[in-house]
Design a protein around this ligand. Structure first.
Ligand code: FAD
Length: 308
């Protein structure tokens, strides 16, 4: 029951100000977001890559309010690409972007987001890597899929994310599997109404398995974005049934969550990519992590009470 309340708070400016200013927040945030700028993140990239892990990097931020902020987001990713170049990691270090941060919700937002994201995709391709478009709330997805399709004309490795909780996703998965796209499948992290999304955890899990089977049986490259041990085991079984080699799909998890499992899967020879977020505008990302696991919220609340 707590999850939806926290997700509602994640859109509140008043809560944003309160939580961002609380003295203990930073310590809890650090578990999920290991740095505020690109200088903090380069050592993290080296460290994860040195442990046989791959990365997708997210400069946190969303719900921006001006084209200047959207351009600043583009520039932050371009700086990241510059800093990745000498590491020569190729596709082992890719980027995840939220189109809202590139201006998607502003006036003429679809064109603006496409205009801002394209140079990032081009720069990534120049250093031999790729970009994946994150999935945000359901109202943004038609635009996200159209931008994904447009970018794939020149950069076919551009990936996108689909969310198992949405009714529409089985059809999206069939289309993307047929077109041979890279696709990350996640359960979904936003507060969505019953008119568009499953609300029951078991129904979401069952949809996840159906969709993953479609992706595994298709022509694309499935990316299993989940920490759920059952879904990870089912993912391995479905890949086996589809006769996929170990480099024909991958697992993805978030930085700071089930870290031992990252290393275990990598040691078994799987491609294991860690979604690593950094930056100062971490509020929305952090609140979604609290909403996913009530124990995180209890820990956070206890820290506020004892140290705040
Ligand atoms: C690589 C990656 C990228 C993602 N990108 C998107 C995206 O673009 N759009 C989107 O809507 N969602 C995205 N998500 C979030 C996703 O939708 C889920 O909210 C999140 O992954 C939790 O679901 P789960 O599959 O891990 O299963 P759950 O059933 O939520 O979790 C399974 C187990 O994992 C552990 N766990 C999960 N979450 C947490 C947490 N926050 N803190 C501590 N332990 C936890 C717990 O042990 C839990 O029991 C992404 C997730 C991953 C892993």
């Amino acid at each position: 029951m707590l999850g939806p309340v926290i997700l509602a708070a994640s859109r509140s400016d008043r809560m944003r100000r309160l939580i961002s200013a609380a003295p203990v927040t930073k310590q809890v945030v650090d578990r999920f977001i290991p740095g505020e700028d690109v200088d903090d993140i380069v050592p993290v990239v080296r460290d994860l890559a040195g442990n046989g892990l791959e990365l997708t990097m997210d400069v946190v931020g969303e719900d921006i309010t001006s084209p200047a902020q959207a351009a600043a987001a583009r520039d932050a990713y371009l700086e990241l690409v510059d800093r990745l170049k000498p590491l020569e990691l190729g596709t082992r270090a890719e980027m995840s972007v939220k189109l809202s941060m590139f201006g998607q919700a502003l006036e003429d937002g679809h064109e603006l987001a496409l205009k801002n994201v394209r140079p990032v995709v081009e720069a990534a391709a120049e250093i031999g890597t790729t970009v994946t478009l994150d999935a945000e709330d359901h109202t943004t997805l038609d635009s996200m899929f159209a931008i994904h399709e447009e970018l794939r004309k020149d950069f076919p490795q551009t990936g996108c994310v689909i969310q198992a909780y949405l009714f529409r996703t089985e059809a999206d998965a069939r289309r993307l599997a047929e077109s041979g796209s890279r696709v990350r499948l996640v359960k979904g992290a936003y507060k969505e109404p019953a008119s568009v999304a499953y609300q029951d955890k078991h129904e979401i899990d069952r949809a996840y398995v159906r969709i993953l089977r479609t992706l595994m049986d298709g022509k694309g490259y499935p990316m299993i974005g989940s920490h759920d041990p059952r879904l990870i085991a089912i993912g391995q079984e479905l890949a086996h049934q589809a006769r996929r080699e170990l480099d024909e799909y991958e697992f993805q998890m978030l930085y700071g969550i089930r870290t031992d499992e990252h290393l275990r899967l990598a040691a078994e020879g799987h491609r294991m990519r860690v979604y690593t977020a950094y930056g100062t505008d971490w509020y929305g990302y952090f609140m979604r992590r609290l909403a996913e696991k009530p124990a995180n919220l209890r820990f956070f609340a206890r820290s506020m009470l004892t140290k705040g």
